[in-house]
Design a protein around this ligand. Sequence first.
Ligand code: HEM
Length: 803
Amino acid sequence: MSIYLAGVILVIAVSALLWKCIVYPFFFSPLASIPAAHPLAPFTSLWIQWQRLHGNDFQSVSKAFETHGPYVRLGPRELALNDIEAVSCVWGVGAADFDKHPSYTYWAMQGTSNTFTSILKSDHRRRHRRIRGVHKHSYIASSPHVRAIMSTLMVDRLTPLLAQFAMSSDGTADMLPIAQSIVLDCTSAFAFGLPLSLNFLSDAAARQHWFDLINTGFPNDQSSFWLREHPQLTIMLCFLGFPVVSNKVAKARRELEDWALLKVDAAEDVLQKRDKGHTLAAGKLPVLCDAVWSDLAMTHSETTKARFSISPAQRRELASECLDHIAFTTEAFATVLTYMIYEISHHQEIQNELRAELHSANNPLLGNTSDRTDVPSSDTLERLPLMSAIIKESLRLRNTSPSADPRVTPAHCTSRIGLIPNVPPKTRVCSYGWWLHRNPDVYSNPLDWNPKRWLCRGCDDAALAKKWFFAFGAGSRNCIGQNIALECNDSRTPRIASEPSTEYGGGLQPIIIKRDAWYQFSERVTGCSSGIGRAIAELVASKPGQRLIATARNPSSLSYLPNNDAILKLALDVTLTTSVEAAFKTAADHFGDNFHIDVVVNNAGYELAGDTEAATEEEMHGQLETNFFGTVRVATNATRVMRQSKDRRGGIIFNISSLAGVAAFPGQSFYHASKFAVEGWSESFARELHPDWNINVCIVEPGGVKTEFEHGSKKYTKTHEAYDGADMPARRLAAWVKKGVAAGAGVPPSAVAEALYLVASRNDKVPLWLPLSSTAAQLIKMKLEARLENLEAVKDLTPIDKK
Ligand code: HEM
């Protein structure tokens, strides 16, 4: 009987489970009619979680939008939307303002919430009310403190920097760090007052330290997945000895938090003094702290404002609010300002029109140089239609990196979202401004940067374009800092764009912008059979979210690499044009619409050693065919891919040259010839590329590398009898090199791989020449000094044009 009962209970339990996990979500859920982004999506969230873990969620959702349209199902209770009507039902006002997803607490300081991270509507309303007054346009435009902050940043800090760039040899400026400094200096001054603010425009080392802390404390890797999606599980895993998140994360966060707490204490002193009757000079008021502090004091019933002193919990709350405004607005602001300056500098016609518009306005920056002590007023800037259109268009295309800003439907009722009625409670919903802004039915030729679309009647439907504009979010929880952001953008651009052309050598120079490190695009590398290539392939394969095209003459030599979708192993003979073209085609077919190459390492090559007079025609041509023409073939094919999509242009081509491409030694003349050819060709080719394409060529010059050169990658000519004496230079050098190799000289290939990976992933200029190892640098220096000495030695013979 009891067995019978147990059997019945089991059947009921299994049926209930089947109903809950399979039948209901697939057939009866109100979300059942929405196309699934993946066959597993109706049944489990594991698929989308896996994509998030590997940093592929943006790409996967994009693909789903493309295949299935603007509504897609990512999990049993998870949706992605790409339709503004549906978005307005979720990111709206009142009942259409859904709670945020708990993953937002990732940005809260020590678990202390702030306006941005408050999850519940009710909590948000309370915090938002406190700070909204000082973020209103009327306050920003009229506050003497804000004017003083803007003026100090622009006139005292930015102007000398721009003058320095103007005087530099090429007049170019690396805009991203400047933009980052502007926003950090500005938001910290707004929070704590000018005397307590950051000064990164003048202190690059301090700025670097700040970014090290931010990048460590808020990493863009798998730890961020664990902390955002599964905070409790993460704590448990770390406790049980599975450190899915490094200790460095907490340490870096603590340093930032301690900094904010100290600033809050100092700002509170300023406010206490002010309330006792001290006058604060313009710019010294900690505006944001004052707003929160005053609200806390007002709601504190037992004491008067003058005697109010914050509790430890309120101190953390204040620091959390301020740190959020300072630390997490940098990426969005700096990205859009940099991109805007970049586009202006590449559109001469618009630049000229903008200059004319700025000169027509009442702009103190454009007067006599000595009068430039103030910034244009907000009202003046608002009357500049082209300026506003430029900002809007830049925000449209690059408001921030693609971010899903997740929300959750109310817990106690079903909701209508656009065309879907009865969306179940607690459904997670996401949307990307990135795609809303690229809808061709709303923005014609959406990938083109065309500020005129916001000005010209008949270009785009203005009302529709405005409706779909999502750069600052929407509804009750849209960006409270947008007036500050616009003020900074407005004020800085005239300063940069209106400088007289004589000072800046005829207008804005192209700005150097790193390849799309702002977005989560993966990197792919080609050219790796052994030595440096193998080290790079192994390194890239070990990084999560990276894709790799690994090539070798014989692909079985790539068995050291794991087999998975992110790694494509191909046969490639760089001496054959057809083989190179076929490899690129296979890669394009394999990766489909996602195909893009961010990084190429042009590494195929060998060394032909021996006596020049003994080399056969076949040997000398073979050396150039592989080392030089092979490099050219791969680089030109890669360039075609890197510039093909306007939306995702750019990349890095590492051409592996050598110390042997700069200085020549006896006994390997054709190897030197091939590497000198790589150097000369790369330098010329790099200069042929349009700056808009954002393709960077880097000539890599390692010294001695412990590669297989001394084994498999070296070929020898026959010995020539005339050169066969032990005292011949080539033989002496060979003996010396042999001793060095036996003694273990040279750097490991992994060191070269790490250096290249660093150049590809850091947020900085890509150098045209990259000597690797101090020996290589020293020998290159000696070579260049020898050339200078030679210039001096022949200076009487050289000026034949002056005779
Ligand atoms: C170009 C620059 C900026 C862009 C594109 C931008 C964009 C956004 C977006 C899209 C949101 C909504 C996020 C969400 O719903 O999850 C947001 C919220 C917010 N932003 Fe900005 N932002 C910028 C600059 C700033 C600045 C300079 C500040 C600080 C003064 C700031 C402070 C905030 C705050 C406090 C919130 C949360 C508002 C709330 O939940 O009520 N932002 N921002």
